[in-house]
Each structure stands twice: as C-alpha cells, then as structure tokens.
Design a protein around this ligand. Structure first.
Ligand SMILES: [Zn+2]
Length: 327
C-alpha cells in the first residue's frame, strides 16, 4: 500500500475556487497521505484525484494545482556501506529512519540492511521557501557602480577601471579576480542577495573567477577577459561538505532559483552549463511551478559548455554605454 486516503490530514482551509494556483510536478515518494498532500499544496483532494487518474504509486509524477508551495524534496540515491544500518544512514542525511524505510519498501523487508543495497531518499533543499513564480520579480536596491567599462570581447578584451565585487552574502574565492564591468558587478550583487532573500538558502555561495582589475588574459580561462564573465559554484545540498561538489550534492531546486534570478535581470547574455545537467535544472523548475514559458526563457539562456558541472558561468551583456564592448 503506497498511498492511503484515510489519513486524518492537516486541517487547513479548503482553497477557494478562484484562488490563484500554480501547476507543479510532484514525484511520489511512497507513503504519502493524499489528504496531507492536498493540504500541503493548498488544493482539494478531489481535484488532485481528478487531475491524476490511475494508480498513485511511488515514482508517479503528479500534476498539482498548488496555491502554496512547500519546499519540494530532491531524490538522492545512496549505497549502504559496510557498517551502515538504517539509523546511521538516516542520521548522516538528516532524515527519519522510518521515512527511509518507507521510501525503500523492498530493502526494509529484509532483517538487516545489506552492504551495497541501493537506497532512495528524499532530502529537503537548503532553500526553505520559494516564491510562486509570479511573485519573483523584485530585486533589492544595490547602488550602481560608476566605473567598470568592458572593452573588446570576452575572449580578447580588457576592462577599464574594473569594479570590485563588494562583500556580501557570498564567499569571494579570489581577491585578485573579483572585478567586473559596472553592469556585471551590479547585477551579480543584487541577484545573489535576491536569491538569499527569496529562498532562505543559508549554505555558502561561492563566487569564483570573474576578471582581473584591468581584465585581459586570466589563466587558465579563455574568456573572463572583459569583465562580463562570472563563475558561481552551484548551491550545494545541506549534506555536502567542503568546496568540491559532486553531482549528487548539487541542490537543484536552489540552482533553479539562482539561475532564474540571473535570467530575470534581463542583462544576462548566456549561462554555460553541461548539457547533461539541463534535465535536472528543468525538472527542478517544474517541481517549483515554473510554467512552459518560464522554463523556455530560463533554459533558452543556458548553453552547453563542457566541464561546467559544479558551477555556472554567467556572461552578462554589454551595457548600452559601453561603445567598445563586443560580443
Ligand atoms: Zn568560467
């Protein structure tokens, strides 16, 4: 039995008929109580059933007309090690052992957890809340820098009076390459602040290579020469430690919110990311209620570039007053 509609559920106000809703995709984890699910997303159980006819079982992707958006969880696969038991794995990832068993019904039928058993778990993102897409428009006030002019191309260019990225709710990895054009630094500072405020993400945000104060060649990069390129490490799940990021440690829901915030500035030319990661980004967007138009807009700015698996490389446009800036 994977889903029961018999749970008492949370007593919440039934959504009114005209409540604005956002369609999200929800992947069933197993063990959900349908009435709870309906209550969490602010929808009616009947609507949920009508929209999703057929068997409701683990792995099924539901469409939910949500009027509120609890943080979705991200699926993670782990392999049980030599000394692992249910409790140790649960503790390592900050979940309840009971939930872990519910998510893995077959493995939990055995007496003991065997080494090498592959387990599925559903982890909360480091972001605690998300704006429903229509609310996500504002950026905090950040003063516009006066200097910082991009000249030439990202692969063959320079920066005049580069602006240093000011300290903020992020870690600047390299002091001598934290410079950019006025438009770049201004947008970067407000996007990272907006991302924090909108999602409550408290993990580290690492800003890597930008440009040198006067731009030009920045080894080992080809671009990063004209003050318009920024590397930002992808937000990590809470269980990830250290700077190095494995693919299963990426917080895709937070990453979606971050990329979406960059695109919303209207000043991004392109965001580089490995092709194989697009799907994860898209899935996260769907889980967070992005509609087709928004998905297309965000993914339309994302372009494949090999090696961009742990960070995004954001390239901003030339500013209107940068007469010598070239694409
Ligand atoms: Zn880069």
């Amino acid at each position: 039995m994977l889903v029961t509609a018999l749970g008492v559920g949370l007593t919440l106000l039934a959504p009114s008929l005209d409540a604005t809703s956002t369609r999200i995709r929800y992947t069933m984890q197993g063990g959900e109580v349908l009435s709870d699910l309906a209550a969490q997303y602010g929808t009616a159980e009947e609507d949920l059933l009508r929209e999703n006819p057929g068997k409701l079982e683990r792995g099924r992707v539901l469409t939910i007309a949500a009027t509120r958006l609890p943080p979705p969880r991200q699926r993670l696969k782990v392999t049980a090690g030599e000394r692992d038991d249910w409790a140790s794995i649960a503790e390592r990832y900050g979940v309840q052992a009971e939930d872990l068993r519910t998510w893995n019904p077959r493995a939990s039928q055995r007496k003991r957890l065997r080494r090498g058993t592959s387990l599925v778990m559903w982890l909360p993102s480091g972001a605690t809340h998300y704006p429903l897409p229509e609310d996500a428009t504002g950026f905090p006030e950040v003063p516009k820098p006066h200097s910082g002019e991009s000249v030439g191309r990202p692969n063959r260019g320079r920066l005049v009076d580069g602006v240093a990225l000011p300290a903020g709710p992020y870690v600047i990895r390299f002091d001598w390459q934290k410079f950019g054009s006025a438009l770049t630094v201004w947008n970067l500072a407000r996007v990272l602040r907006a991302f924090r405020a909108e999602t409550g993400f408290e993990g580290e945000l690492f800003v890597g290579a930008m440009s040198r104060r006067n731009g030009r060649r920045l080894r080992p990069h080809r671009s990063h020469q004209s003050g318009r390129d920024v590397d930002v490490r992808l937000p990590a799940m809470p269980h990830a430690e250290g700077f190095k990021l494995e693919i299963d440690e990426v917080d895709w829901h937070a990453t979606w919110a971050l990329v979406d915030a960059f695109v919303r500035t209207g000043d991004v030319q392109v965001i580089f990311l490995e092709r194989k990661l697009r799907r994860r980004l898209k899935r996260a967007g769907l889980a967070l209620g992005a509609d087709d138009e928004r998905i297309a807009r965000v993914l339309g700015s994302v372009r494949h570039s090999p090696g961009h698996t742990a960070h995004i490389h954001v390239r901003f446009q030339c500013a209107a007053n940068e007469a010598q800036c070239r694409d």
